[in-house]
Design a binder for this molecule. Structure first.
Ligand code: DCM
Ligand code: DCM
Ligand code: ZN
Length: 273
């Protein structure tokens, strides 16, 4: 996701975490405000192009070598590279955050928390769970008359159009969208289905849990990202009927990511304290 998506996921999660969880992470992240998750939601993107952070680049996605639109799937052995992927990264940083052996520093724990909250967001973006053209980065399309790559359209353009555009500091717009998603989850259109969103979640089985989430995300590559296959989308204008079908996917994926992030942080806080 772009900044707007990540910050929205963080605000949704902030609404669902238990009080003890909020206190725990406010202390760890040294931020007592309600923005304690949102403020660090894009930190992992800010360091990935630095020299020291270069090794974290592959941690933001998993290149599923499936065959959309005919078949979509994520396979850990086939798709997670030796240098890592979003699923192994969630496993590693969840374990570093819990730090069962107690050999890491508070800085390590803080860094691990910032990776965990970002990567749970990213795995819910369908093109972060797809190999074709580096998750769509190599596919040029149009969106409302301007050229972008397809990855950017799914990371940013669709979500921003949903709220009528966002400013350079997207916190206010993200908070507003998050409030809407939280109300959809509590009493609105996601009230029924959201009860099952944490099915299979197991802190002792991080890879299995993340595979459930990544496979669900990757399935949209076949149905909504490339419904006619990757070749057919090249150069197409996506701001019209394509957008109308994609927007509900973005909405539910941001809602799921935030809701599941809250559940994951609750489990971690309960295990540590
Ligand atoms: N790191 C990691 N997994 C490990 C060890 C380290 O992801 N098993 C990461 C954590 C830090 C970075 O490497 O982001 C530097 O860690 P260190 O200074 O402990 O080598
Ligand atoms: N990305 C992806 N899959 C890939 C390569 C990149 O999902 N195989 C994502 C990571 C960033 C965006 O695309 O969010 C741009 O990546 P980069 O700057 O590495 O091109
Ligand atoms: Zn990312």
């Amino acid at each position: 996701w772009g900044g707007f998506g990540h910050i929205t996921v963080a605000y949704v999660a902030s609404s669902f975490v238990k009080d003890n969880t909020a206190t725990y992470f406010q202390t760890l992240l040294r931020n007592q405000s309600t923005n304690y998750l949102a403020n660090v939601a894009t930190w992992a993107d800010s360091i990935r192009y630095t020299k020291w952070g270069h090794f974290t680049g592959p941690f933001h996605f998993i290149d599923a070598k499936d065959n959309p639109p005919t078949s979509c799937d994520v396979d850990m052995e086939r798709d997670c590279k030796a240098e890592g992927c979003v699923i192994s990264a969630l496993q590693n940083y969840t374990s570093r955050l819990i730090d069962a052996d107690g050999k890491l520093t508070p800085e390590d724990h803080e860094q691990a928390a910032k990776f965990v909250l970002h990567f749970i967001g990213d795995m819910h973006q369908p093109l972060h769970a797809e190999d074709v053209q580096k998750g769509g980065n190599g596919i040029r399309v149009k969106f409302d008359g301007r050229f972008f790559n397809l990855h950017h359209v799914w990371d940013t353009s669709i979500a921003e159009k949903m709220v009528g555009g966002v400013h350079r500091q997207p916190f206010d717009e993200a908070q507003k969208l998050a409030d809407q998603l939280v109300s959809d989850i509590r009493t609105g259109k996601f009230a029924d289905e959201s009860k099952a969103w944490t099915d299979g979640v197991d802190l002792d089985k991080v890879v299995d849990t993340a595979l459930i989430w990544a496979r669900e995300s990757n399935a949209y590559v076949c149905t909504h990202v490339f419904p006619e296959g990757p070749a057919a989308i090249v150069g197409q204008e996506l701001g019209g009927s394509y957008y109308e079908k994609a927007a509900p996917v973005i909405e539910v994926q941001l809602a799921r990511a935030g809701y599941r992030l809250a559940a994951w942080l609750d489990l971690i806080a309960a295990k540590i304290s």
